[in-house]
Write a protein of this length. Structure first.
Lengths: 226, 509
C-alpha cells in the first residue's frame, strides 16, 4: 500500500473507531478489513514517518470525529471508540516517536481515590486523554493517597486526575492533595478532579487546580496548559 | 390487494380479565340482546332481524324492539371475517387487521371544529425586564378544507401514523351537505398515500366517494383488491338504540362488501353503567348487534369491532377519556373482540387538556401505553387531539408521533435469537478482558441503524423546556417536503367525473 493510501486508511479507521480488524465499525463491509492497529503496524514495517502518521492519520481523523461530535452527528460511543483506536495506535508509535525526537504531550496520572470502586468516568477520561496524545498512567480504583504520591514521585507526571463517585469518598481527594504538598510535589503537577458529587466550589475548597464536569473538559484543560 | 402491508407492531397482549370473565361478559351481552333487546329505528334492519330469526315487537310509532336469540347471534358471528385488509394509495401502506394477531396500528381521528395553530412569542419578565422567555402561544382557527389537506400531508410524513381519519371538520362557506363527503375524501386521499377512513355525511354521496376511490385504486375490481378507503358508522346510540340514518349506512356498506367500523361510544355514568361489567356488557351487546346485522345483509362482509367506551366527567358530563376506568373498559373490549375473532378499533391519546404541555402528555401516555399493550389492531384518535375530541393541534400530532414511536419501540418483541445471545456473550468476553470495562463502542451500529433509541429529540440542551418550539420547527420541516399528490391525469379524471369537488383542491389551481 502507498504511504498516502495507508495514512488515509488510518484516518478512516479512526473515524470509524476501529481498533483492529475484529471491529465492525458502523459502515457496512468493514468486518475483517485491517483496523487502526494493523495499519499502524504495516506503516511501521514500511518505515512510514511516525510523526506523519500522527499528524495526517490519527490527529486528522480525530479532528473530523470532534467536528462530527460538535454537530451532533456523533455521540459519546463514537468519540470513545475513535479515542480508543488512537490510544492503541499511540501505544505502538510511542517508541518510534521518541526515537524521532517527538515529545509526548505529557504524562497524566489518574486514579479513583481510596474507598471508591467506581471507575466508568475515570476510564472515559483515560480513553479520551490517550486519544488526545497523552501518556496515561492509570492506577485503577481504591487507590491510597500514598500510592498516588509515590507514583507521581517516580513518573513525574504533568497532571494528576482524581475521581470519586461518592460523597463519602470525595473528601479523600483533599488527602491526596495534602500528601502531594507534604512531599513537596504540589507545584509540579496540575490537579484535576471529577465525579458526580464534585463541583468547582469543592475543587477550590480542597486546593485542586480545576474541576472537570466531563472528559471533554479534562482534555480541554490539559490542552490549554503548555 | 398486494401482500405487502405496514409492519405495525405485534405485541404480547396484556390481558386485564380472565377467560372466565370474558365468557361471563359474553353471556351478559347475549342476555341483554335476547331478554332486554334493542330499540331499532330503521325499517330495513327490522325486516332483516325478523327474517333471520329475531323477535320483533312494535316499540312505538317510529321504532321496534328487536330481541336477538343467542343462536342467531352465534350464526352471524360465525360468518364474520377475522381478517380485514385495508388498502392504501401506496400498497406498501396497506394494513392487515387480523383478529388473531395483536398487530397494532395507530391513526388519527375525530372531526374537530377547532384547528390550533402554534406561534412562539418572546415574553419579558415584570420583575426583571432583562429576563426574556420564548413561549408558545396557541391560536384557535376554524377547520377548513385546506387545513384538512395540510393534516393529511402531515400524516403522510409522521412515520408512526399508520392510517388517516380526518382530524378536522371542514367548515368552508362553499361546503354543503352535498359536497362535504367528496371534498373531505378527496382532500385526504390526494395528500396521503396511507389508508383513509371516514364517516359518511350523506348516503347519497356514497357512489361519488366510491368513484374517487375507484379512480385512485385503478377501477372497481382494483378497489376491491386494494380498498384505499373505509368507513365508520356509529349505528347504536347508547343505550341500545339502533338509529335510522347510521343503520342505513351500515346496510349499504355491507351490501357492497366495503370494509367499515361498527362503532359504539357509551358514556359510563350517563348512557351506560359506570361499573366495568355493566359498561362492557352493554357496549359489547351494542357492537354485536351491528356486527350481526352486517352478516345478515351480506355474510362474510368485512367489519371491524368499534369499541369507544368512555367515562362521563361528573362536573360537566363531558366525555372523559383519560380516566382509569377508560382503560379498564377499553382493555376489556379489546379482549372481547379477540374472543369473537373480530379486529378491534380502539382509542388512545385523548385527554381534557386544551393545549399541548404537561397535562396533555400525561393524559395521552396514560391511554396510549395500556391500549397499545392490550393489542387492539386499529387504534384511532391518537394524533393531535386536545380538549377531548374538540381540537386538533398539528404540533401536538408531531409530539404524539414521537411518543407513539417510543411506545412501539418499547413493545417490540424481545430479541432472543441465538445470534443475539452469541453477540452479547462475545461483547461480555471482550469487555471483561479489557482494562476500561466499557461497552460503549458496541452501541454505535444500533444507534446508526435506529435500532437503539437515542434520546428525546425535542429536548433543549440548555435545560430550558423548548419542546413545543422544537416540535414546531420539526413540523414546518415536514410540511416543507413536497406533497405526495395523486398523478395529474388521475386528478383530472376525478374532477371530470365527480361533481362537487372544489377547484382549489386541484394541485395546479
Amino acid at each position: 500500500m502507498e504511504t498516502k493510501e495507508l495514512i488515509e486508511k488510518i484516518k478512516e479507521n479512526v473515524i470509524q473507531g476501529r481498533i483492529n480488524k475484529e471491529d465492525e465499525g458502523f459502515d457496512e463491509g468493514l468486518d475483517g478489513e485491517p483496523g487502526t492497529v494493523e495499519l499502524i503496524e504495516e506503516a511501521i514495517k514500511t518505515d512510514v514517518d511516525a510523526e506523519e502518521m500522527v499528524i495526517n492519520g490519527l490527529t486528522a481523523g480525530m479532528e473530523i470525529v470532534g467536528a462530527r461530535f460538535e454537530s451532533g452527528e456523533y455521540l459519546i460511543p463514537d468519540m470513545l471508540a475513535s479515542a480508543e483506536a488512537v490510544g492503541a495506535a499511540m501505544d505502538l508509535l510511542a517508541p518510534h516517536l521518541e526515537k524521532s525526537g517527538v515529545k509526548s504531550r505529557g504524562k497524566f496520572l489518574i486514579a479513583t481515590v481510596k474507598g471508591d470502586l467506581h471507575d466508568i468516568g475515570k476510564n472515559i477520561v483515560s480513553i479520551m486523554l490517550k486519544g488526545a496524545g497523552y501518556e496515561v498512567i492509570d492506577l485503577g480504583t481504591d487507590v491510597p493517597a500514598e500510592k498516588i504520591a509515590e507514583t507521581a514521585e517516580q513518573q513525574k507526571p504533568k497532571f494528576v486526575g482524581l475521581s470519586a463517585l461518592l460523597t463519602t469518598t470525595m473528601r479523600e481527594m483533599e488527602n491526596v492533595i495534602n500528601t502531594l504538598k507534604e512531599k513537596g510535589m504540589r507545584d509540579d503537577v496540575k490537579i484535576l478532579i471529577g465525579g458526580a458529587p464534585t463541583s468547582r466550589e469543592f475543587a477550590e475548597k480542597i486546593g485542586a487546580d480545576v474541576h472537570c464536569a466531563d472528559a471533554f473538559q479534562a482534555v480541554e484543560y490539559t490542552n490549554s496548559i503548555h | 390487494m398486494t401482500d405487502s402491508y405496514r409492519e405495525g407492531m405485534v405485541v404480547r397482549p396484556y390481558e386485564r380479565i380472565t377467560g372466565d370473565e370474558v365468557r361471563s361478559l359474553d353471556r351478559a351481552s347475549r342476555s341483554i340482546l335476547e331478554d332486554i333487546g334493542l330499540q331499532c329505528f330503521n325499517e330495513e334492519a327490522t325486516e332483516l332481524f325478523s327474517k333471520n330469526g329475531c323477535r320483533v315487537e312494535k316499540h312505538d310509532e317510529r321504532s321496534y324492539t328487536i330481541k336477538i336469540p343467542g343462536s342467531v347471534l352465534t350464526k352471524a358471528l360465525s360468518s364474520t371475517p377475522s381478517v380485514v385488509k385495508l388498502g392504501a394509495r401506496d400498497p406498501k401502506n396497506s394494513l392487515l387487521l387480523d383478529a388473531e394477531i395483536p398487530r397494532i396500528y395507530f391513526g388519527s381521528g375525530s372531526e374537530t371544529n377547532i384547528w390550533l395553530d402554534t406561534e412562539i412569542e418572546t415574553f419579558v419578565s415584570e420583575k426583571d425586564p432583562t429576563v426574556k422567555k420564548r413561549l408558545p402561544v396557541f391560536v384557535e382557527k376554524r377547520g377548513t378544507i385546506q387545513r384538512l389537506a395540510t393534516a393529511a400531508r402531515l400524516a403522510e410524513e409522521l412515520e408512526n401514523l399508520d392510517f388517516f381519519i380526518r382530524p378536522v371538520n371542514i367548515q368552508d362557506e362553499d361546503i354543503t351537505e352535498d359536497n362535504h363527503d367528496v371534498n373531505k375524501f378527496f382532500a385526504s386521499l390526494s395528500n396521503t398515500t396511507k389508508h383513509v377512513q371516514a364517516g359518511l355525511t350523506s348516503l347519497d354521496q356514497l357512489d361519488n366517494v366510491l368513484r374517487i376511490a375507484e379512480l385512485i385504486a385503478g377501477g372497481k375490481e382494483a378497489l376491491k383488491e386494494n380498498p384505499v378507503i373505509s368507513f365508520i358508522t356509529c349505528t347504536v346510540k347508547s343505550p341500545l338504540q339502533m338509529v335510522d340514518d347510521a343503520t342505513q349506512k351500515l346496510i349499504e356498506f355491507s351490501k357492497r362488501g366495503l370494509p367499515f367500523v361498527v362503532s359504539s361510544s357509551p358514556q359510563g355514568g350517563s348512557t351506560a353503567p359506570i361499573t366495568e361489567t355493566g359498561m362492557v356488557a352493554q357496549i359489547n351487546a351494542e357492537i354485536l348487534s351491528g356486527v350481526a346485522l352486517t352478516q345478515m345483509v351480506n355474510p362474510g362482509s368485512p367489519v371491524i369491532y368499534g369499541s369507544v367506551p368512555v367515562r362521563a366527567r361528573m362536573d360537566n358530563l363531558h366525555d372523559m377519556y383519560c380516566a382509569p376506568e377508560f382503560n379498564q373498559y377499553n382493555i376489556d373490549c379489546i379482549q372481547m373482540a379477540r374472543y369473537y375473532k373480530i379486529p378491534c378499533y380502539s382509542t388512545s391519546g385523548v385527554g381534557d387538556s386544551k393545549v399541548p404541555g404537561i397535562q396533555a402528555t400525561i393524559e395521552k401516555f396514560f391511554t396510549h401505553i395500556p391500549i397499545a399493550m392490550s393489542g387492539a389492531q386499529y387504534i384511532h384518535y391518537s394524533f393531535g387531539l386536545l380538549d377531548r375530541t374538540n381540537t386538533f393541534c398539528p404540533v401536538q400530532a408531531v409530539l404524539d408521533n414521537q411518543h407513539i414511536g417510543m411506545i412501539k419501540r418499547f413493545l417490540k418483541q424481545p430479541k432472543f435469537d441465538k445470534n443475539d445471545f452469541d453477540e452479547s456473550m462475545e461483547q461480555i468476553r471482550k469487555v471483561s478482558a479489557s482494562s476500561q470495562k466499557l461497552y460503549a463502542r458496541f452501541v454505535r451500529k444500533g444507534l446508526r441503524s435506529g435500532e437503539i433509541y437515542s434520546h428525546y429529540p425535542f429536548e433543549d440542551k440548555d435545560g430550558q423546556d423548548r419542546v413545543i418550539e422544537t416540535a414546531l420547527g420539526h413540523m414546518n420541516e415536514l410540511l416543507s417536503r413536497p406533497a405526495k399528490t395523486v398523478p395529474s391525469e388521475t386528478e383530472d379524471e376525478i374532477f371530470g367525473k365527480v361533481p362537487g369537488l372544489l377547484p382549489r383542491l386541484k394541485k395546479n389551481h
